[in-house]
Design a protein around this ligand. Sequence first.
Ligand SMILES: NC(=O)c1ccc[n+]([C@@H]2O[C@H](COP(=O)([O-])OP(=O)(O)OC[C@H]3O[C@@H](n4cnc5c(N)ncnc54)[C@H](OP(=O)(O)O)[C@@H]3O)[C@@H](O)[C@H]2O)c1
Length: 341
Amino acid sequence: MGEKNRQWVLARRPDGHRYADAVELVDGETPDLADGEVLVRNIYFSLDAGTRMWMGPREDSYSPATPLGSPVVSTVLGSVVASRHPDFRSGDLVRAYGQWSDFSVVRPDEVYAERVTRRLADPRQHLGVFGANGWTAYLGVLEYGAAQPGETFVVSAASGVTGALAGQIAKLHGCRVVGITGSAAKSAWLTGELGFDAAIDRGAGDLERALRETCPGGVDVYFDNVGGPVLDSVLGNMALFGRIALCGLLVHYDHDEALPGPARFDQILMKRLTVRGFFSPDFYHRGPDLNRSMRPWYDEGKLRMAFDVTPGIENTLDAYAKLFTGDKIGKSLVQVSDPDD
Ligand SMILES: NC(=O)c1ccc[n+]([C@@H]2O[C@H](COP(=O)([O-])OP(=O)(O)OC[C@H]3O[C@@H](n4cnc5c(N)ncnc54)[C@H](OP(=O)(O)O)[C@@H]3O)[C@@H](O)[C@H]2O)c1
């Protein structure tokens, strides 16, 4: 007899932004493990905008759509409670691809799973600075965006986890950093708490003009998390030979068809821009090295991340909606058990 395990299951393909109708919270039990499997009691699971895309119906994203009837997949941080894998033991703390559920069944030989230290003062940072978002921010700034000290660096969804980390990393690297965000309060957080040089409230008026005024020499590196109209406003302000690190297209994810655009595609030629897309599973294997690179900044208090933690698996959809309304700051997590259990 397994333990009680509630899971969010994809029951049907969503219709646009009505993804809440597509998932159901189902009561179940933990299964018997097969060889190579690990059972993890989730402490936190991650809420990611890309999850909406994987609900389908699009089949042309960077990951296949989640099969109907399957649990919703996400990264989790949790404790191993049973293992039939030689590299994982009961009591290990792991960060892994798991499920929106009380317990995750993890297959480390098929999908990403890694033992992580319990000696981090705030274990949530295994899903923040020292997880996929941190690695994406780091490489997006330094390799894909090839930011150089002294350059003007602009990032969208700047109060979200990846954007906030990317901006801080660019600043630590010597760039002038401008965040595009969703409110005056978030702008104040970016400039006051995180040390951004400037922030623009994208809802406050003409974004293209605000960028022109804030970045008079043009934008050397744009770290794009959203696509859509924000990307068009930045494209009109790129500097000659600028780079666009294309991390995410958040405004596209709840569309059934690919959105046309960008409208200012011509600027890629006119400004001789380089546009590079990137996807974190391609560099998960570099995670330990990237964590070592970021650790001194973190220990010195120079690289920080706020968390928006929602307790209770039953509250997942309310918490998830905040990714798209922007009614939160930092990394969004659902907490389903106590870290000390
Ligand atoms: N390539 C990769 O491997 C990879 C890895 C991780 C994440 N990503 C992508 O990075 C992007 C950000 O993800 P995240 O997890 O860092 O963010 P997040 O913490 O989920 O935050 C999402 C943020 O997006 C902004 N936003 C929401 N609706 C918007 C809209 N209509 N227009 C413009 N901005 C909007 C809001 O921030 P503001 O209020 O500050 O604007 C919101 O807080 C997503 O597109 C995600 O898919 C990609």
